[in-house]
Design a protein around this ligand. Structure first.
Ligand code: GAL
Length: 366
């Protein structure tokens, strides 16, 4: 309305100026000019007051995805789900989905450049697995400036960053829940058959701990709560040693080899922050020809489930990857289309979605 009044006043002003200039020119002339100006004013008013044209319904969306490391086993499993779910979404909804997946190869500056490129390519939404979860602010700045919503996943940015804009979301498993489920499976087995866990029957379960990246929320919380759950559940544990293997199978294998040499015939249980490191410990146990040691992981990755089936892994906490992938794609697509977010994925504080997870144990769930 303000705009309409301004335009009308402007027309009247031009009218007055013209009249002055024309001076003694005939009245007929003046009337013609006034008529013309009125016509222009009506056109301008109509354009100004009708606002932007109704947005045409979108029939295609572009999603930019950046992975912190494409060679991480769990992230690779999630990537496969994203691809499958994007295809499903396309078929079910009849909306063309272009999924542009990039690997940041562990470099935050590479990831920042990828985000810039996604925005310049016209991505409607970004799905980011941040390299440095403490340093998501550059990505958020770029996204906010371009007004492109961001769905972060697996590596949780700090709360202060997440609170900066209402178009930021996070999807990832609840680390405390993972840890408590991991601890619980050992507690339950110990209660049923203590000798399966306390291998030498001395009333103490000697364990080693394999931890993920030190700055990752999952390592810190999983370590704390799986051990706490074992204690609370009455398992008489004693820590032999522990170390950081950064989620990696080869690093865990090297650590475990060293521990087996340092503490021969002592280790009864390996508690690992993820499946890949658990598999690394199993590799070292196999090389040393040491049998019977119990190893527990989390993630439920494809190789993790194979080890469970072959009996080498005692158990894992499996994130439901189908739901994980669907949640990312569907929340992202709703943002891209400007639709209400899907109700199947209830958000905590309007921002966080925690996919479900379950215990899978050797010999069960066959
Ligand atoms: C964890 C997962 C690890 C690793 C890490 C990467 O949640 O358990 O295996 O993928 O995320 O951020």
């Amino acid at each position: 309305m303000k705009k309409c009044c301004f335009l009308w006043n402007r027309v009247r002003y031009v009218q007055r100026k013209c009249a002055k200039k024309r001076g003694r020119r005939g009245k007929k002339d003046e009337k013609q000019v006034a008529g013309l100006l009125c016509l222009i004013a009506v056109c301008l008013t109509l354009t100004a007051c009708s606002g932007p044209r109704e947005e045409e319904e979108k029939t295609s969306i572009r999603i930019g995805v950046s992975l912190y490391r494409g060679d991480d086993t769990f992230i690779n499993n999630i990537r496969n789900e994203l691809e499958a779910k994007a295809k499903e979404y396309e078929q079910e909804k009849g909306i063309k989905v272009t999924l542009d997946i990039q690997d940041a190869r562990g470099s935050q500056s590479t990831q920042n450049n990828q985000v810039e490129r996604f925005i310049s390519l016209g991505c409607d939404v970004l799905c980011i697995n941040p390299v440095d979860r403490m340093d998501a602010s550059v990505i958020i700045d770029k996204a906010m400036t371009a007004e492109v919503p961001v769905v972060f996943f697996n590596r949780q940015p700090v709360e202060e960053d997440m609170n900066r804009w209402d178009k930021l979301y996070y999807i990832g498993v609840d680390a405390k829940e993972t840890a408590m489920l991991q601890g619980q499976m050992v507690v339950d087995l110990y209660r049923e058959q203590p000798s399966v866990i306390d291998l030498n029957g001395d009333g103490v379960v000697s364990y080693v701990l394999l931890e993920g990246e030190s700055s990752h929320q999952d390592s810190l919380i999983r370590t704390e709560w799986s051990i706490q759950t074992l204690k609370d559940g009455g398992v008489p544990i004693e820590k032999i040693t522990g170390g950081i293997a950064n989620w990696e199978r080869s690093q865990a294998s090297a650590l475990m080899e060293q521990w087996l040499n340092e503490y021969p015939d002592t280790i009864e249980l390996v508690v690992s922050n993820n499946d890949d490191m658990a598999l690394g410990a199993i590799d070292a146990l196999d090389r040393a020809g040491t049998g019977g040691v119990n190893v527990v992981g989390t993630d439920g990755t494809v190789p993790g489930l194979e080890a469970l089936e072959s009996g080498k892994l005692l158990g894992t906490v499996s994130a439901n990857k189908e739901i994980y992938g669907s949640a990312i794609i569907e929340i992202a697509a709703s943002c891209a289309l400007g639709e209400r977010l899907p109700e199947e994925y209830p958000l905590t504080d309007g921002t966080y979605y925690w996919p479900p997870q379950e215990i899978l144990m050797r010999g069960e769930n066959d």
